[in-house]
Structures are given as structure tokens and as C-alpha cells.
Design a protein around this ligand. Structure first.
Ligand code: GDD
Length: 375
């Protein structure tokens, strides 16, 4: 008798949930130009394009993208090879649990043994080869019936990340570094994050999940039954003449929540989560300080002004920081440190790298005060 052994990679279906504006990068990021569509590294590729390229090599070129209807033209321009069947469009943003849940359902209907991989659309990761090795290991670990996360050594008590406490080695075939996850805590408060980082027992969650589709959906059904039921109704109608009617009727009523609360936290409490440590550098490009860091190319490490934008004209005297501009307007900086200047035709941002995280609050104020034309 001949036994055919298929590698777990043969059932691997990566996808990219691409939503959210990235409001800490306003006025560069806008509702119609979200962070994932921007080139923030000066590489000539958007974050979405780079994410797609890192994954395509692992899945024979097939990667699904779940995004908002309004972003469809830009996504298709950036990913011309994306087949229509791999572009899943949402009528409105419903947060990551809906996007990821729908992708899991559509993929599970094509391949009941699917191992899915959800990868955030807007991170900078280097080098791609190390990332791919870690994902291969995560796929092997997921084949043992676990939801596999990727752990990043924390460099600060950031409150915008999930924290993972891992325990013992699992000793899984093809996944020598996989560890059992004992606890997953999404976005702890600052005191808790400080205690976690101080303990040395936690990693950040890199915003990626590799798992059997069936296991993701089992946890989603248990913790968010209404969301699961709504998504199942949509998935049943997908590709039929009823698709648009069902999506437009069901989608607006879906609960809005993040996959980290809906699946990762309860699955970890149930002992179903593993973690593979990252061997690549990772940056979620959370604010302009991160962009400055990523684009700082001075070989001597001397502080200077990082300038981004095709049309930027900058005079910098005794100054450090970052200028992002494509207006062609001359920007002169004299004796200012760690400055952030972002110049666009209808909005000018001036802050410092220390306060770069607070841009999100400014965006909230603009929204509240009705200045939505610049968002
Ligand atoms: N299609 C779609 N995608 C969405 C939506 N909302 C979020 N996403 C996508 O889902 C992914 C994660 O969502 P974020 O909203 O960016 O998550 P986060 O607050 O940064 O937290 C997550 O990532 C951190 C690392 O950056 C993690 O540390 C944390 O645990 C969590 O997984 C990103 O690719 C984002 O584009 C939506 O409504 N629709």
C-alpha cells in the first residue's frame, strides 16, 4: 500500500485583513488612503503589496485579501494579479473578527482541512526569508490542532498590543520552537503592560494567527455566536445570485469586535494556543516616530532630519526629526529637535516624535468638531 503524506503547507491558505485607517499617521493616512495602501519605507511598495509578496511565495501565489468596498480599486491597482475570487469586499468596517471570520468560512468551504493564516496588512518585516521560515513552523504547529501566534520580544510597555505568556516547549514535528501559550491578554493597561515587560515572561503578539480554519471558527462560534451565525449566512450565499442581497442585509447588524478578544483570549484560556518566536525584525509603524526610525539611513547614526515625499523641499539647520511632504512647498527648520512635520495640500501637522502617538486624539477631535473633509 502506498501512503501519501501531504505537507501541512499544501493546505495553507494565507489571507490579509486590510481595514482601519491608521489614524496616528494623519494627515498622510486618510479614509481613502489608509495606512496599508501607503509606502512608508521609501521602498516603492505599499505595506499591503509587501505583505502580499512575503506570503505569495508560501502559497503558490494565492493570497486572499479582505477589505472595504471603497478600497477595491486601489487594492486592485496595487495587486493586479489578485484574482476576483480572492478579493473579499466588506460594505463597512466591522473590525477584525468579522473580516477574519468571513475569510475562515470562505476558505473552509473550499478546503475543509484548511490551515488559515491571517496576517496584518500594515507591518514592516525584514528579512522575508526569516518571516517565511517562522510561518512554515507556525503551519506545522497549527497542524497539531492549535492556533499559532508569533511572539515579538517587547521593547516597551506599549498598550496597543496583545501580550502572550508562553510556557513549555511543545516538541511538535516541524515546529521545534513552538511553545504552549498560557495566557493571551489584548491591550492591557499601562501598569499591567509595565509589569509584563518587567517580568520578562511576555512577548508582544505580532498580529498574525495561523490555525485550522475549523478551530478558529469553533472558538468564534462559542464566544460570538451572533457574529458567527451572520457570517455563516453570508458564506452560504457567497458566489450565488443572492450574495449581494444577503451581504447588504446581514453585514450592518454584525457585532463589531477584534479577533484578539473574540478568539485569541478565550482559545488561550482553553489551552488551544501556541506561539513561535519571531526571528525577523518587526515594526507595526504605529506613528511618525516609527517612520522616522525606519527611514533613518545615516550610516554613522548621526541625528538628522529624515525627509520623505517625492516633491519635498527642506532646509534643515541644527534640527532633527522627520518631514513628510509632497506639496513642493519649501519647509525650513531651524534649531528644532525631534520635530514631525507632515505637509499635505489641505492639512499641515506639526508635532514632536515624543507626542506622535497623540495624533490619534487630534483625529478624534477633528471628527467630533465636524472637520471630516480633512479626514
Ligand atoms: N478587512 C478589515 N480588516 C480590518 C478591520 N479592522 C482591522 N482590520 C485589519 O486587521 C488587522 C489587525 O487590526 P488592527 O485594528 O490594526 O489591530 P491592532 O489594534 O493593531 O491590534 C492587533 O495587532 C497588534 C500588532 O500590531 C497585536 O499586538 C494585537 O494583539 C492585535 O492582534 C490589520 O491588518 C487591520 O488592517 C476591518 O474592519 N476590516
Amino acid at each position: 500500500m502506498v501512503m501519501r503524506v501531504t505537507s501541512p503547507l499544501a493546505h495553507f491558505h494565507p489571507f490579509i485583513p486590510a481595514g482601519g485607517v491608521g489614524s496616528r499617521l494623519w494627515p498622510l493616512s486618510r479614509a481613502d488612503a489608509p495606512k496599508f495602501l501607503l509606502d512608508l519605507t521609501g521602498s516603492g511598495s505599499s505595506l499591503l503589496r509587501a505583505t502580499y509578496d512575503r506570503l505569495a511565495g508560501l502559497s503558490g501565489g494565492r493570497v486572499m485579501v479582505v477589505t472595504g468596498r471603497t478600497h477595491a480599486p486601489a487594492v486592485c491597482r496595487q495587486l493586479p494579479e489578485l484574482s476576483p475570487g480572492d478579493l473579499v469586499l466588506e460594505p463597512s468596517p466591522k473590525d477584525s473578527a468579522a473580516a477574519i471570520g468571513l475569510a475562515c468560512m470562505l476558505i473552509a468551504r473550499q478546503d475543509p482541512d484548511a490551515i488559515v493564516g491571517s496576517f496584518a496588512a500594515d507591518h514592516v518585516i525584514e528579512p522575508a526569508e526569516a518571516f517565511q521560515d517562522v510561518v512554515r513552523e507556525a503551519v506545522a504547529a497549527a497542524a497539531s490542532g492549535r492556533i499559532v501566534t508569533i511572539g515579538i520580544p517587547p521593547s516597551s510597555p506599549a498598550t496597543g498590543f496583545g501580550y502572550i505568556r508562553a510556557g513549555s516547549q511543545l516538541g511538535l514535528e516541524g515546529a521545534p520552537h513552538a511553545l504552549q501559550v498560557e495566557q493571551f491578554v489584548e491591550k492591557p493597561d499601562e501598569a499591567t503592560a509595565r509589569a509584563y515587560v518587567h517580568s520578562g515572561n511576555y512577548t508582544w503578539n505580532a498580529g498574525m494567527f495561523v490555525a485550522p480554519a475549523s478551530l478558529m471558527l469553533r472558538h468564534l462560534a462559542a464566544s460570538e455566536p451572533a457574529l458567527h451565525a451572520g457570517l455563516a449566512e453570508i458564506a452560504d450565499a457567497w458566489g450565488t445570485p443572492a450574495q449581494d442581497e444577503v451581504v447588504d442585509r446581514v453585514w450592518p447588524g454584525l457585532p463589531k469586535t477584534a479577533i484578539d478578544y473574540a478568539v485569541a483570549e478565550p482559545a488561550a484560556a482553553a489551552g488551544d494556543v501556541a506561539m513561535v518566536p519571531a526571528t525577523f525584525t518587526w515594526d507595526d509603524v504605529g506613528d511618525f516616530a516609527a517612520i522616522s526610525r525606519l527611514n533613518h539611513v545615516d550610516p554613522h547614526g548621526d541625528p538628522h532630519v529624515t525627509v520623505l515625499g517625492d516633491n519635498s523641499r527642506v532646509l534643515a539647520d541644527s534640527s532633527t526629526g522627520i518631514v513628510v511632504s509632497d506639496t513642493g512647498r519649501m519647509i525650513a527648520l531651524i534649531g528644532v529637535e525631534d520635530i514631525v512635520v507632515v505637509d499635505t495640500p489641505d492639512a499641515l501637522l506639526v508635532t514632536t516624535q515624543e507626542h506622535a502617538q497623540r495624533v490619534k486624539d487630534a483625529v478624534a477631535s477633528l471628527k467630533q468638531s465636524g472637520n471630516t473633509d480633512v479626514l
